[in-house]
Ligand binder design. Structure first.
Ligand code: ASP
Length: 354
C-alpha cells in the first residue's frame, strides 16, 4: 500500500515538474541588453537623486530586484556597455544595432529590452528604429532616480518594458520607449524634464499607448517607415558620417558654420528658431557649405511642430527641412542617409518618409 502511494506521489511530482517546464517553454523569451544609465546608478544615500555613479550596478543585480520578470517571460541579461548615456558614441550604436539584429536573426529572443540612460535614450531608440531589421519588439527603458533611491522608478519601468517586449501587440510598432507607464514611439519621444519621473513625452504627435495595470495597450501606430521597411543597413559599417548640429540664436553669425566646414562635416543640422529659420549672418555661410556639397537641414529649436515645406525649396538656398524630427533625430537620419546617397532631393525624400 505504502509503495503504491509513494509511486502515485512520485508520478504526480514528475507531472508537475514537466508541466512547469512546458509552461516555461511556452513563455516568450526576452533578452535585456544593458548599457548603463541611472537605472543602474548607485548614489551615496537613499535620498540622493543627483550626483550618483550611472551604470554602476550590473544587469544581474537589476534583474534580482524584480523577480516578477520571470513570471512574464524567460528573461536573460547581457551587458553591452556600462556608461552614462551622455557619453553615447556612434561606435556603441553600431555594436548595439548589430547585436539586436544578430539575436533576432538567430531566433534567440521574441523581444529585446535595452536598459539605457535617459539623457540620450531617444537618440539610441531612433537610431535602432532605422537600423533594426526585425519587426519583433525592441523596448528601451531607464530610470530618472538611481537604483539606490527611495521610490526608485527603475524596477517598475523594467518590468513594464519586459511586459511590452513580450507582448505580441508590440510587434511591428517600431522601436519603443517605455517609461512611467507610457509607450512612446522612438520617432516621437523626447526627454522633456531634467528630474521628474514623468520625463518622456511625444511633443508633436502623441503616445502610442500605455501599460495599463500591467497590460501594454496600443491605441495608435506610426505611418512612417521603420525597422523592416528601412533601407539602412549597418552590418558592414565601422563609422557613421560626421554631422553636426548648430544652434541658431539672436545675434548668430557664421563662426560655427565655418568651423564645421573646416572640420570636414558632411552634413549640418541647423536648429533654428520658429519654423527652422536661419539668421541672415549664418545663412550665407550655410549656403556656401551647401554649394560645396554639404547637406544642410533646417530643424526647429521650439521643441514641437513641423519645419515646412517638407520639400526642397524652389527658390533660396537649397536647405532641406526636418519636418517634425527634433534636431538630434534629424542629425541621426542625416548620418544614415549619407551612407546611401549625397543627393539633396533623395535625402529630403527620406525626411518625408521616415
Ligand atoms: N545621465 C544619466 C544617463 O543618461 C541620466 C539617466 O539615466 O537618467 O545615463
Amino acid at each position: 500500500m505504502k509503495l503504491l502511494l509513494a509511486s502515485v506521489l512520485f508520478l504526480l511530482l514528475v507531472n508537475a515538474i514537466a508541466g512547469q517546464k512546458a509552461e516555461a517553454a511556452a513563455q516568450p523569451r526576452v533578452i535585456i541588453l544593458a548599457t548603463g544609465g541611472t537605472i543602474a546608478g548607485r548614489a551615496a544615500s537613499e535620498t540622493a537623486v543627483t550626483g550618483y555613479q550611472a551604470g554602476d550596478l550590473n544587469i544581474a543585480s537589476l534583474m534580482e530586484k524584480v523577480p516578477e520578470l520571470q513570471e512574464v517571460a524567460t528573461v536573460t541579461g547581457e551587458t553591452v556597455c556600462a556608461i552614462d548615456s551622455k557619453d553615447m558614441t556612434d561606435d556603441i550604436w553600431l555594436r548595439l544595432a548589430r547585436r539586436v539584429n544578430e539575436i533576432f536573426a538567430a531566433g534567440e529572443a521574441d523581444g529585446i529590452v535595452i536598459t539605457h540612460g535617459t539623457d540620450t535614450m531617444e537618440e539610441t531608440a531612433w537610431f535602432l528604429n532605422l537600423t533594426v531589421q526585425s519587426d519583433r519588439p525592441v523596448v528601451l527603458t531607464g530610470a530618472m532616480r538611481p537604483a539606490t533611491a527611495i521610490s526608485a522608478d527603475g524596477p517598475m519601468n523594467l518590468l513594464e518594458a519586459v511586459r511590452t517586449a513580450a507582448c505580441p501587440d508590440a510587434a511591428g510598432q517600431g522601436v519603443l520607449i517605455v517609461m512611467n507607464g507610457d509607450i512612446n514611439a522612438a520617432r516621437e519621444a523626447a526627454k522633456t524634464n531634467t528630474l521628474n519621473t514623468d520625463a518622456f513625452r511625444p511633443p508633436s504627435l502623441g503616445l502610442l499607448g500605455y501599460v495599463n495595470d500591467g497590460v501594454p495597450t496600443f491605441y495608435r501606430a506610426s505611418t512612417r517607415r521603420h525597422t523592416t521597411r528601412s533601407e539602412f543597413d549597418v552590418a558592414r559599417l565601422d563609422a557613421l558620417p560626421y554631422v553636426k548640429i548648430l544652434y541658431g540664436h539672436a545675434g548668430d553669425d557664421s563662426l560655427f558654420v565655418e568651423a564645421a566646414v573646416k572640420a570636414g562635416v558632411r552634413g549640418i543640422v541647423y536648429a533654428g528658431p520658429g519654423n527652422g529659420s536661419v539668421h541672415r549672418d549664418a545663412e550665407a555661410a550655410l549656403a556656401e557649405a551647401a554649394a560645396r556639397g554639404i547637406i544642410v537641414v533646417r530643424a526647429t529649436r521650439t521643441g514641437s511642430g513641423a519645419v515646412v515645406p517638407e520639400a526642397l525649396p524652389t527658390d533660396g538656398p537649397p536647405f532641406l527641412s526636418a519636418g517634425t524630427l527634433s534636431p538630434t533625430k534629424a542629425r541621426i537620419l542625416l548620418q544614415l542617409a549619407l551612407t546611401r546617397t549625397n543627393r539633396p532631393d533623395e535625402i529630403q525624400e527620406m525626411f518625408r518618409t521616415y
